[in-house]
Design a protein around this ligand. Sequence first.
Ligand SMILES: *Cc1c(COP(=O)(O)O)cnc(C)c1O
Length: 371
Amino acid sequence: MKNEYLLLTPGPLSTSETVREAMLKDWCTWDDEYNKDVVEVIRSKLVKLATQQDGYTSVLMQGSGTASVEATIGSTIDNNGKLLVVDNGAYGARIAQIADYLNIPCHVVSPGETSQPHLNEVETALASDTAITHVAIVHCETTTGMLNPIEAIAALAKQHNKTVILDAMSSFGGIPMDIGELGIDFMISSANKCIQGVPGFGFVIAKQDELEKCKGRARSLSLDLYDQWHCMEANHGKWRFTSPTHTVRAFYQALLELEQEGGIDARHQRYKTNQQTLVEGMRKLGFKPLLSDELHSPIITSFHSPMSDAYEFKRFYAQLKEHGFVIYPGKVSNADCFRIGNIGEVYPEDIQRLIQAVSKSMYWNDNVTAA
Ligand SMILES: *Cc1c(COP(=O)(O)O)cnc(C)c1O
């Protein structure tokens, strides 16, 4: 089955036909063919993609990416702990919200949705609030497409001896990084972002000695990160509860395709070309990106909506869909925007076709001419 349109969204995203075909078989969740040959291979491939350093392990968790974030927050911080969260978008805010639901004390640093966190503010908080034990930050804030300065934040957190949690949901697999070098203790991502799998589970790559400290800390049975990991370790890839077998098998195929493409560096290059082609083409048509260029990630780009009164997102969206492209509404609270994703089975030629489709879908300009 072919897709009728390309998803230019930050996940679920357009996947290859071969990834989708990998789902056409059923699997037994206690058989070695699934646990040893699929799940365990995925777990070790993920660790290798995340770091060259020893001492890291991985755990897969059912649910959307947020479930893995919630599992990490709820399983790593003990009852005397406190979390510092950098919130410059919806996903940073969601981490603070998770802490709130779980009654975990939380210090929020919010520089606003279009700025990076001020390092001195983080530094002051870490120095003055000695109750803080953990620091969480989002790598690519998918709300705007902003790339956060994780190197500097992780270094600060390490200077103060804090455990570092990174939400790299929308960047892992699409932007090179070594979490061991960065000093990240827990890194979270999910199946349906830059690895280009389908939705259904998330995963956490963790420093093993830090994860081992989490035994008995979880505030939820289903989202007990330690217990899930322990079960996978003890039983060669066995999930505690029903695992999303088809999704997992598709993810395995997606990992092979990432290797065939040339790994994370090659994929990063493709996404960067997509993003640059997009911004250049959109600028020529009169659109302005929300963020200044140096803050952009290659993952997704927010554009200001056209100023015309005749513009309506829904109509623009529908016209683009007719041309074969699906875009994303804005998520920023104080600016009227729409977003276009660059990740997934999407190539620079697709972006060039998109620019043509956008130029044909600018119906509000016709209205101006007609008036
Ligand atoms: C997609 C995403 C998530 C998780 O979203 P789900 O809808 O739960 O899969 C979390 N953080 C970031 C930065 C994301 O891009």
